[in-house]
Design a protein around this ligand. Sequence first.
Ligand SMILES: Nc1ncnc2c1ncn2[C@@H]1O[C@H](COP(=O)(O)OP(=O)(O)OP(=O)(O)O)[C@@H](O)[C@H]1O
Length: 587
Amino acid sequence: MPFLRNPTTAPAADGPTGSLVADGKALVGDFVRYGGRRLGAALALMLAGGILEGVGLALLVPIFSLLAPQTGGRWRAMIVDTLSSVGLVTRLEQLAAVLLAFCLLVGVRAAVLSARDRLVSDLSLGFVDHRRLMVVTDLAHARWSSLARLRHARIAHILSSEITRLAFACSVLLQMMTASIMLVTQAILMILLSPVVAVLMIGFALLGLVVLVPLSRRAADVGRSTARFAFRIAGETAHFLGGLKIAVAHDMADAFVAQIGEEGTQLRAQLTLQQRFQSRVAIVSASIASLAGAMMIFGAVLFDIPTVTLLAALVVLVRMSGPVRSLQQSVQQLFGVMPAFTALHDLKVDLGPPVAITSGAGAQSVRHGTIRFDRITFRYPDASAAVFTGLDLAIGAGELVGLSGPSGTGKTSFVDLLTGLLEPSEGRIMIGDAVLGPATLASWRRRLAYVAQDSYLINDSIRRNLTWGSDVRPDPDLWQALAQAGAADMVGAMPQGLDTPMDDRGTRLSGGERQRIALARALLRDPQLLILDEATNAIDIATEQAVIANVRRALPEATILIIAHREETLRACDRVIMLETTQTTIS
Ligand SMILES: Nc1ncnc2c1ncn2[C@@H]1O[C@H](COP(=O)(O)OP(=O)(O)OP(=O)(O)O)[C@@H](O)[C@H]1O
C-alpha cells in the first residue's frame, strides 16, 4: 500500500466563493490544470467533431440540389459544374459521389466522436480520482488538532457523495464545451449558407436569451434549493440507524417513520417545482424555435432565397436545438452540483496548513533512548483549559509502563503528543538526545508501533493485514508474531490460514481476535516504542497476561506503554503513570 507523502499545494484562496460564475471558473481552472495536454486533445477532437458535423450538413446542399433540380438556384449550377469538371457527368454519378462523400464523412465523424467520448470519460473519471486522492492526501497530512475537530460524517459524505457529484459536474462542464463548439460551427455554417437567414436566426437567439435567461435563473434557484434539501436528507440518512435506535427505545417508531415520510414529501414537492420550471423553459424554447423556423421560411420567400438553402438552413436549425438545450440544462445542473466543489474547498480551508515534516537532507534520525516530557504544556485550540501544564516525566528505554486515569484526564492526548500527532503548546519532547519535531518526526514514527482499542484491519487477507505498514516477511515470521500475540491457533484453525480474507474489515472476528491480529502486526514492525492503547482490553485476563509476557520477550529492548484501566493489566507493568486530574500527577 503506497503511503502518501505530499499534501496538495493548491492555494485555498483560488477556491470557490459561492457564486456560480466564480465557482465555475475555479472548477474549470482546476480541471484545466489537471487535464493539460489531454484536455487540449479532447478540445481538438470536439472541434473536429463540430467541423465534420458542419461539413456533413453543408453536403446537404448538393444532395438536395441534385434531388430536386428546380430548387437549386445558383448552388445547383455551381455544384454541377464542379462535379462535371472531375468527370462526373450524369446526375446519377454526381448523386452517387456526393452520397458516398456524405457516408464517408458520417463514418469519420463517428470515429472522431467515439475517440472524443473516450478521452472525455477518461478525463472526467481521472479528475475525480485525482480530487479524491487530493482530499485523502490533505487529510493524511493535516495537523491532528484540525482533523480531530472535523465530524466523521462530513468526511464520509465528502469522500462518497460529494466526489460523485463532482464527477457529474465535470461531465456537465465537458458537455457545455462540446455544445458550445457545436453551436459555433453550426452558426458559422449558417452564415456561409445565407447571411440573411443567419441574421434572422441570431435575432431569434437574442430574443430567446432575453426571455429564457430570467426563467432559467428562477429554475436554477429552485434547483439549488432542491440540492440543499437533498443534501440535508442525505445527512440525516447517514444517522438513520442511530436515530431509529433511540426512536424505537422511546416507543416513537411511528413518529420517526412519519418524520422521514414528511421529509420525503417536502423533497418531492421541491422536485415537482423544479420539473415545472424546466417544463416552462422547454415550452418557451420550443415556441421560439418554431417561430424562428416559420420566420425563416417567410424571410426566404421575401428575400428570394433558394429552397435548397432554406432546407439546409432548417436542418441546421433543428440540429442546433440539441446543443442549445444541452447548454441550458447544463447551467441548471451546475447550480445543483457546484456545492460539492465548494464542500471540497471548505474542507481544505478547515484543515489548514499541512503538518511540517522535514524529509531528505534536513531529516534527522532518532536513536533508542529515554523518552522525556520536558515541561510540557498542552492546550487544544479553542479549549479554555490546558490538558497538561508543565508536565515533566521520563520513560526509560526498555521500560514497560502503564498509563491510566479517569476518563478525560488526557491519556489519548498524552499518546498523541508522544506520536507527534499533537504538538506541545510549550516545552519539548526528547527521544534520547533528539527533540521530537519536524526533523525527527518521520524517523521516530518509523520506529514506533501503535495498537488501538478498535483495531484497524483492511479488507484483505490476514497476511496482508499483518504486513500492512512493514516490509513483506516470510511466513514463519508471520506465524511467530501471531503466536506471540496469542493468535496462531485461531488463524491456524481458519481453512485458508494466512490467506483467509478479512471481509468487511474483520467484523466477523470477535473484538479480542481483531486485537490480537493488530498486535501481531505491531510486533512485525520490530518497534523501538510499542503503544498499546486499551489494545488488549477485549482479551480475557489470563490470555492478556500471557500475551504481555510474550510481547516483552519478543521485544526485549523496546519501550512499551500500555494504556489501560484494568488493574491486572497495570500490575504487569514496571510502573504506572496515573493521570488524576487535568493537572497531572504521577504515581
Ligand atoms: N479535539 C479536542 N478539542 C478540545 N478539547 C479536547 C479535544 N479532544 C479532547 N479534548 C479534551 O481534552 C481532555 C483530555 O482528553 P483525552 O481524550 O486526552 O482524555 P482521555 O483520558 O483519553 O479520555 P478517555 O479515557 O475518555 O478516552 C478532555 O477534557 C477532553 O474534553
